[in-house]
Design a protein around this ligand. Structure first.
Ligand code: ADP
Ligand code: MG
Length: 696
């Protein structure tokens, strides 16, 4: 974090803030007085009342007053100070485990106290452990807070009382207009939604009236809260929209309407496109004819047929005289795409080039040369496609397949690729990990989204069971039975370790044991440590039905397509996340026969693991699973933004506040059209220093 004297100066003007405290406040991302105002309470205390001790009940958090009647140190397992406080209506014991001599001397018989704490039931009547307290004089009138008192998130070295004191100074300044803080939602819109201005909202949230429904604040439902949430969501939304606008000012080749190749390709396909595929293809075609780059995300559940959609887009690029590239996240999937595209496109006279990081030097040089000339029309590969030294001849379209976690930063990096001469290439991003529409509206506001919301006809949901490892023998028998019926099976070995070597080892052991136990079954093995040709050989044997049981690591997680496989066993399923389980399971249930998936688990299940496995048992719907995944992990993990600090919000919560997102999107439109002057200040207030996406 950058240390800037200028901004800190405004903090130093506050009483109680010296250079030390100011530096510590930086840790809370507080750089100036305005930041303090947006440092909102975690919770509140009600110090507006004094409760008669006789009226207390266990569990209450409240303020009481009284006189110390008895004060003694007790020596037990732990030394403690006990004070009996009475107000005439009853008595309560104050219990201190840590106390100084001075404290002991002051908390003596006859001392009058004002205390705040939680009431608990003790051995003899009620108690408060370590209450906050202050001494009061006989005739002094006790000044009660008019409103609820805020408790702020603190950091080491900044005490709650210090912070509260500092906060009350800036709040007073805001109240007296010494500090001006304009609402960055146009007044007209505030009025329409009955939201308070940002000033009103902050004053309310820092010190809400005593009768406030606190649940409304914690649920984000209070209008004061909502107006702040909307500002923040709006800022994030706008910053991504700005990116999109900037991209639309760039050039891209406008692809032509010719359909010769496309028609040939379609008539050779053994099936008809689903309505959903048709619709998405239309969206894409429309974009590709523009002279600025397409930025489209296609979400389609596992098995919904995204590859064909990609192929159609790529054909359009080729028909217009451009190259098209498709990038897959794993070698195995890239390899499959390569085989697939070769068999689809070579009959049409199209050259398909393969590029992966693992190619031998000569082969790689050859591939790179083709990519740099008119010889490489379609290029299939892994991220090696975008490594240094790879220059495309005339790239018109990039397809990124199976992009699960797709943070803004990755999208930005991709945008920089491609041929600058003809402008940027069009971009098509495909994902089988859908996120709910409202969330996508903000998280992917820089992209256009299409959804393939229909599976090819005849698919039967995969029946899923959850079985403990102790029943392994029964599972092995079931595998044998299935093989004798001519079914093909995946046996997936998973390890928590990222190490490919250990994973490979585990899979190898399992394959040996299974081959030993199942003498009539043709067992093969595939893992990440194998040579590309070896993997390819095994996969094509499996595809051709020459292998019955394929033991694999999670290399087969994405994209692998062998429609005849109808049973999958997943070992250590409890260790995998929902998205990964759904992906894996998506390898079966691709044909027309009934498929099953066995989730095998080890030991006792944690609560969340049990919940995940139950979700898998109950549904095959990728959107439903994604919703659950969000619930269990939160948007930061699901979107892959948590690690990078992107889309970190101060007040808004993408999940809790989903309902507001459609309004935010609409508001963003209005700001672009009618209030462009609001945009920059909004970004500065909410995103400013945290992350300027545009600058990445
Ligand atoms: P994913 O969306 O998971 O990438 P794929 O593109 O691998 O799905 O397609 C899954 C399977 O469905 C493939 O075998 C593919 O040939 C087949 N398929 C795709 N579209 C259709 C369709 N419209 N009708 C029938 N089968 C289809
Ligand atoms: Mg796919």
């Amino acid at each position: 974090m950058k240390f800037s004297i200028n901004t800190i100066n405004s903090l130093l003007k506050l009483k109680g803030v010296g250079p030390k405290v100011a530096e510590k406040l930086l840790r809370l991302d507080i750089h100036n007085q305005e930041d303090l105002l947006f440092h909102l309470p975690l919770r509140y205390q009600d110090r507006s009342h004094i409760y008669p001790i006789g009226s207390l009940r266990a569990g209450m958090e409240c303020q009481i007053t009284g006189e110390v009647q008895l004060s003694e140190i007790k020596y037990g397992r732990q030394r403690m100070l006990l004070c009996r406080l009475s107000d005439g209506t009853g008595f309560i014991t104050l219990r201190f485990f840590h106390f100084s001599n001075a404290q002991k001397n002051q908390l003596k018989r006859g001392a009058k106290l004002l205390c705040y704490g939680e009431v608990r039931r003790g051995k003899v009547g009620f108690e408060m452990a370590h209450p906050e307290y202050q001494f009061i004089n006989e005739n002094e009138e006790i000044v009660l807070d008019e409103n609820l008192s805020p408790i702020y998130p603190t950091t080491e070295g900044v005490h709650q009382l210090t912070l509260r004191n500092v906060m009350s100074q800036v709040i007073a300044k805001l109240k007296n207009n010494e500090l001006s803080l304009p609402s960055l939602i146009p007044a007209e819109l505030l009025k329409k939604h009955h939201w308070p201005t940002v000033k009103e909202a902050l004053l309310y949230i820092h010190n809400p009236p005593v009768d406030t429904q606190l649940e409304d604040i914690s649920d984000g439902k209070h209008p004061a809260q909502q107006s702040l949430i909307v500002e923040e969501l709006l800022a994030h939304h706008l910053s991504l929209r700005q990116l999109r606008v900037a991209m639309q000012k760039e050039n891209a080749p406008a692809l032509v309407k010719k359909t010769n190749l496309i028609n040939q390709f379609l008539s050779a396909l053994p099936f008809k496109l689903t309505g959903a595929q048709e619709k998405v293809v239309q969206d894409i075609n429309f974009d590709l004819e523009n002279n600025y780059p397409m930025q489209r995300l296609v979400q389609g559940d596992v098995g919904s047929g995204k590859t064909v959609v990609a192929a159609l887009a790529m054909l359009k690029a080729i028909e217009s005289g451009y190259q098209a590239a498709i990038m897959a996240p794993t070698e195995l999937l890239a390899e499959q795409h390569f085989q697939n595209f070769k068999s689809w496109l070579e009959p049409l006279g199209i050259n398909v080039v393969w590029l992966s990081g693992k190619l031998k030097v000569a082969a790689k040089r050859d591939a790179i040369e083709k990519i740099g000339s008119s010889k490489g029309q379609v290029v299939v590969g892994t991220h090696a496609l975008f490594q240094e030294g790879v220059e495309f001849f005339k790239l018109g379209l990039i397809v990124v397949d199976e992009q699960h976690r797709f943070g803004v930063h990755q999208r930005l990096a991709l945008r920089e690729k491609g041929n600058k001469q003809d402008g940027h290439p069009h971009q098509l991003i495909m994902t089988a990990t859908p996120i709910p529409r409202t969330l996508a509206m903000t998280a992917y506001a820089d992209l256009d989204c299409s959804v393939i919301d229909e599976l090819p006809p005849g698919r039967i949901p995969v029946e899923t069971v959850v079985i403990p490892e102790s029943k392994r023998d029964a599972i092995v028998q079931r595998v044998e039975q299935a093989c004798s019926e001519g079914r093909q099976i995946y046996w997936v070995c998973t390890l928590i370790e990222e190490s490919e070597t250990l994973q490979a080892q585990a899979a190898e052991d399992t394959a040996n044991k299974l081959a030993e136990a199942l003498t009539n079954v043709r067992v093969a093995l595939v893992h990440g440590r194998m040579k590309a040709e070896q993997k390819e050989k095994v996969m094509s044997e499996f595809k051709a039905g020459e292998v019955d049981l394929l033991v694999a690591t999670t290399v087969i997680e994405v994209g692998v397509d062998v429609p005849n496989a109808s049973l999958m066993i997943i070992e250590n399923a409890e260790r995998l996340g929902l998205a990964q389980l759904h992906q894996l399971r998506g390898r079966v249930g691709r044909g027309s026969q009934e498929s099953a998936c066995v989730l095998m688990y080890h030991g006792t299940l944690s609560d969340t693991a049990r919940e995940r496995l139950a979700v898998m048992r109950e549904t095959n719907d990728g959107f439903e699973i994604a919703r659950k995944d969000l619930e269990l992990r939160g948007p930061g993990e699901v979107l892959g933004t948590k690690q990078t600090g992107m889309m970190q919000m101060r007040i808004a919560d993408l999940q809790r506040d989903q309902e507001l997102i459609p309004q935010v999107a609409e508001m963003a439109d209005q700001l672009f059209q009618h209030y462009p002057d609001f945009i920059e200040p909004l970004l500065n207030r909410w995103i400013g220093r945290a992350t300027k996406y545009a600058a990445v």
